[in-house]
Design a protein around this ligand. Structure first.
Ligand code: HEM
Ligand code: HEM
Length: 173
């Protein structure tokens, strides 16, 4: 039943698994970004930074599985507690896709090869596609930072709602 009055309703196991797996992934992404920003050209950053692309691409792949699953489960999943929460989650989904897409445009446009655990995603090429590089340069990092701010707001709100048993959604996820 899709109603918040049914507050015992939980997301199904697959949705919960994907939510927490991706949450860990975004946590690791944040670590790669922070070390690159604040400890660049240290052994730690050199070791972690290659994982930025690989985990970022994994999150991009998981996004599709998550969205297809969420669509399939749309009748069974508990309803958002407010229009704000509903749109907040939608915004998170949009940014979770847009951010890696901007990086992948740039990767393709730069003519540099990108291998995902041995699977070629973009091939080396002499030709650069300037608009794709510009799109990535302008938007990937900036939208990524906006995404992390939105994630922090999401986490804050999840804990904030815990104060009131009527809006405590933590157990659902
Ligand atoms: C959901 C996935 C991703 C998130 C949330 C994310 C987030 C970010 C953020 C916030 C920055 C800016 C760091 C700073 O300003 O210091 C950044 C930089 C970067 N990312 Fe990602 N990223 C993701 C996926 C990817 C993927 C898939 C690739 C490559 C295929 C990639 C390549 C890069 C590169 C090369 C930089 C450094 C240049 C720049 O700042 O734009 N990222 N990423
Ligand atoms: C400590 C970290 C996190 C906590 C405590 C948390 C908590 C929650 C809770 C309680 C819900 C259920 C909300 C409801 O039923 O209305 C939820 C849903 C959701 N969360 Fe998180 N979350 C965390 C991290 C993240 C991250 C990193 C993302 C990625 C952007 C994210 C994206 C979402 C989305 C899109 C939903 C909507 C349900 C879905 O389609 O999966 N969360 N979260």
């Amino acid at each position: 039943m899709r109603s918040f009055s049914n507050s015992q309703a939980r997301y199904d196991g697959v949705s919960r698994f994907l939510h927490w797996l991706m949450a860990i992934g975004f946590g690791v992404m944040l670590v790669t970004i922070l070390t690159r920003r604040f400890a660049d050209e240290t052994p730690l950053s050199d070791a972690l930074w290659p994982w930025h692309r690989l985990i970022g691409f994994t999150l991009f792949l998981l996004w599709w599985i998550r969205v297809i699953w969420a669509w399939k489960m749309r009748e069974e999943s508990p309803a958002a507690i407010s229009t704000f929460a509903l749109w907040g989650h939608r915004v998170l989904y949009v940014f979770m896709l847009a951010v890696p897409c901007m990086a992948l445009f740039r990767q393709y446009g730069s003519g540099r090869a990108f291998n995902y655990f041995g699977i070629p995603i973009t091939q080396a090429s002499e030709q650069k596609v300037e608009w794709m590089v510009a799109l990535g340069n302008n938007w990937h990092g900036n939208l990524g930072i906006v995404l992390f701010i939105a994630i922090f707001a999401h986490i804050f709100l999840a804990y904030w709602h815990k104060r009131n048993p009527a809006t405590d959604v933590m157990g659902r996820m």
